[in-house]
Ligand binder design. Structure first.
Ligand SMILES: NC(=O)c1ccc[n+]([C@@H]2O[C@H](COP(=O)([O-])OP(=O)(O)OC[C@H]3O[C@@H](n4cnc5c(N)ncnc54)[C@H](O)[C@@H]3O)[C@@H](O)[C@H]2O)c1
Length: 252
């Protein structure tokens, strides 16, 4: 129970990878706040049915008031915040396309959720992390940022921005013992991936696995250990890093 007595907030915890993080964090002992613009009930009920602690709430990361409400609700319910997992993103919800055919509103929406949304959740939670004497912020980037991705320039650029945000915030918040790290997964078969890749899914996943040192596709359960490690005190001297969970595609 690495995370006993820790409160962890997961944005985008209603489905896919975010949901897997919530369930795994709870199994490791954390009290979990499941926040999403989508329904969170299934995630919360699953955790509670297994004896864990969780609350669900509606969050729109593009709305600062909504982010503040998430942080305040977590404090009201659990009394403190130790870790924020910034997982919410426009991924399954975007359509992609040639770089010169993306519309302005597509570009702006992706930046508003995937980059500004993280900044806003950090602004809401950092004062409470300081009060807890420090903590951990985990930002979800992507192989799209570390390797590049054609026909998704808005998405790949937003995920690269997450790495810059992570490094700068890590430098700024070190004095408060708040660690800030990013995780960059390769492709995992989630509802989001089904929507994002559509009929090209099988072929794309095959190409991705061929480019890896470990020749199989990443599974949801392969992601959770890295999240638990970064949320826990086991990583207490690790900050500003981007951990690639990509089977050895990008090696730094
Ligand atoms: N699945 C993959 O292959 C893969 C690979 C690399 C990185 N990622 C990243 O992992 C994360 C989760 O991906 P996923 O596969 O579960 O896809 P997903 O599309 O299901 O995840 C996004 C989640 O964010 C939520 N969300 C979207 N807009 C929001 C908003 N404005 N406010 C609050 N919540 C909002 C969605 O409702 C959803 O639950 C994303 O950050 C994604 O970019 C995924």
């Amino acid at each position: 129970m690495h995370l006993k007595d820790k409160t962890v907030l997961v944005t985008g915890g209603g489905r896919g990878l975010g949901r897997a993080y919530c369930e795994a964090l709870s199994k490791a002992g954390a009290s979990v706040v499941v926040a999403d613009i989508r329904e969170t009930q299934d995630t919360v009920e699953t955790i509670i049915s297994r004896g864990g602690k969780a609350i669900g709430l509606s969050l729109d990361v593009t709305d600062m008031l909504s982010c503040q409400n998430m942080a305040d609700r977590a404090i009201k319910e659990y009394g403190n915040i130790h870790c924020l997992v910034n997982n919410a993103a426009l991924y399954g919800d975007i359509s992609g396309g040639r770089f010169d055919q993306l519309r302005d509103d597509q570009w702006d929406n992706v930046m508003a959720v995937n980059v500004k949304g993280i900044w806003q959740c950090c602004k809401a939670c950092v004062p409470y992390l300081r009060k807890s004497g420090g903590g951990s912020i985990i930002n979800i980037s992507s192989l799209a940022a570390t390797f590049g991705m054609p026909y998704a320039l808005d998405y790949a650029t937003s995920k690269a921005a997450v790495i810059g945000l992570t490094r700068s915030l890590a430098r700024e918040l070190g004095r408060d013992w708040i660690r800030v790290n990013a995780v960059a997964p390769s492709a995992v078969l989630t509802e989001g991936t089904n929507e994002f890749m559509g009929e090209k899914k099988e072929k794309t996943l095959q190409i991705i696995s061929e480019g890896q040192s470990l020749k199989s596709n990443l599974r949801t359960e392969d992601m959770t250990g890295t999240i638990i490690y970064l949320a826990s005190d086991d990583s207490k001297f690790v900050t500003g890093q981007t951990i690639m969970v990509d089977g050895g595609t990008v090696m730094l």
